[in-house]
Design a protein around this ligand. Structure first.
Ligand SMILES: *Cc1c(COP(=O)(O)O)cnc(C)c1O
Ligand code: SF4
Length: 344
């Protein structure tokens, strides 16, 4: 028998799936890996029952061991405070249910429609505005998407299709390819936008075949990633962002203003600088959506305005994100400005 030497390196397409399969889901394991004290265990177990813990090891490696206030850890660690529900925090704070045009297809704004391509994510962000979204009702198989494609084909006012979720890059390249083929066949569509956190939390997802898929067709590719803290943008993550840009994608970042994580000028300035150094433009800084279980992350809007004002004299104009909030029923994301918004 001839034994051929085979590489033990997994193929690129398998390595991101391996990264997912080995992600940390057990609160006790998280506490152990980061050498946190035992007091974190029971609250984490409890809160993980409300919204499961999920964090890939490559993201975990960017956290500081033994530091319960690590800004990356705070985004994923289930906490007791999630059980506190102020009266004005809702299940669907952003009006998703009223914006449905077909199963899995939302439209809130002129010219742009958004597909909930999958409910799955590679990380569970504790502040997520869709932590209560009823993903179970959305299409699973390609055939189930037909009503959504039908709306897109018939409505010539839609020029941009946004793949969102969950995280659309949780789909295999094959599934994504099938979706893209359908979209590419719609003549009035011009741009394909992908809203994803995978290049940040699981950078190995940015494979050559994904890049090919995003850039090969007639649609202009725009990738909006989601990073909240400069510590997220380490080696493999910055390489992934550079690959997207080199392949021809416009890459933008959206962040959420989060208490104890990025609500200070130094952090926001460094986030913007690291992003623009990589060629990624800061797009939005979102005021937290008032969704049940997230109240402890909220930063008063007035503080957000101060932070943006403090960034302006320090950075080029293109490095200042637009500070916005989502108002259910509004025709666009609404800039947070002094006086116009209800004060917190
Ligand atoms: C946020 C959002 C968009 C994108 O808005 P932009 O201002 O274009 O970034 C589009 N559709 C829906 C349903 C959204 O929630
Ligand atoms: S990746 Fe996005 S959709 Fe998924 S949990 Fe985080 S914020 Fe929510």
């Amino acid at each position: 028998m001839i034994v051929t030497e085979t590489s033990t390196e997994p193929a690129a397409s398998e390595s991101w799936q391996h990264g997912l399969a080995t992600a940390v889901r057990d609160p006790d394991e998280l506490v152990d890996l980061l050498q946190l004290s035992d007091e974190w265990r029971e609250p984490a177990r409890r809160a993980a029952r409300l919204f499961p813990l999920l964090v890939p090891r490559s993201f975990l490696q960017r956290m500081e061991s033994g530091n319960p206030l690590d800004p990356l850890l705070l985004q994923v660690l289930p906490l007791e405070v999630e059980e506190i529900v102020p009266a004005d925090f809702l299940l669907d704070a952003v009006g998703d249910q009223d914006a449905k045009r077909a199963p899995g297809l939302l439209q809130k704004y002129a010219g742009r429609a958004l597909m909930i391509a999958t409910g799955a994510c590679a990380v569970h962000c504790r502040y997520c505005f869709r932590r209560h979204y009823a993903y179970g009702e959305d299409p699973k198989r390609l055939a189930d998407w037909e009503p959504a494609f039908q709306v897109l084909r018939e409505d010539e006012s839609i020029h941009e299709l946004i793949l969102s979720g969950g995280d659309p890059l949780m789909l295999t390249d094959r599934r994504l390819g099938e979706l893209c083929l359908q979209l590419q066949a719609i003549p009035h569509l011009r741009r394909l936008r992908v809203h994803t956190r995978l290049p940040i939390v699981l950078p190995e997802r940015v494979t050559p075949s994904l890049l090919e898929l995003l850039t090969a067709g007639p649609l202009t590719p725009i990738v909006v990633v989601h990073s909240n803290h400069p510590q997220e943008l380490s080696g493999s993550c910055s390489d992934a962002l550079r690959r997207l840009i080199r392949a021809g994608c416009t890459v933008l970042n959206q962040a959420v203003l989060l208490r104890g994580i990025n609500d200070d000028v130094e952090t926001l300035a460094e986030l913007s600088e690291r992003l623009v150094d990589l060629g990624v433009l800061p797009y939005y800084l979102h005021q937290l959506d008032r969704v049940i279980g997230t109240a402890h992350f909220e930063v008063p809007e007035a503080r957000g305005l101060e932070l943006i004002a403090a960034l302006r004299p320090r950075l080029p104009g293109y490095a200042i994100p637009q500070f916005v909030r989502e108002v259910a029923g509004a025709p666009h994301k609404v800039p947070v400005t002094d006086g116009l918004m209800p004060s917190l």
